[in-house]
Design a protein around this ligand. Structure first.
Ligand SMILES: [Zn+2]
Length: 67
C-alpha cells in the first residue's frame, strides 16, 4: 500500500476503507496538490494545515419569509 494517501490506488481505497476513515476523520491537514484531507500530515504529499472553520456564535436563523 502506498505511503501517502495521495498515492493510494483505486484498489487501495476499495481494500482499506477502515484505514481511510481513520485518516480522514476530523482532518487537520490537506494536500495542496491533490486536495485530499487527513488528520496527519504524514500521509499527504504536499501537506498544509487546514484553515479552521469559523465557529458560528449560535444557530443561524434563516429568514424564510414567513412574516
Ligand atoms: Zn497529495
Amino acid at each position: 500500500m502506498s505511503k501517502t494517501l495521495c498515492d493510494w490506488s483505486k484498489h487501495d481505497i476499495e481494500r482499506h476503507p477502515e484505514k481511510l476513515a481513520e485518516l480522514v476523520l476530523e482532518p487537520h491537514f490537506y494536500c495542496r496538490k491533490c486536495a485530499r484531507a487527513a488528520n496527519t500530515s504524514k500521509v499527504l504529499c504536499k501537506p498544509r494545515k487546514l484553515p479552521k472553520k469559523e465557529e458560528s456564535t449560535g444557530p443561524v436563523i434563516e429568514n424564510d419569509g414567513a412574516e
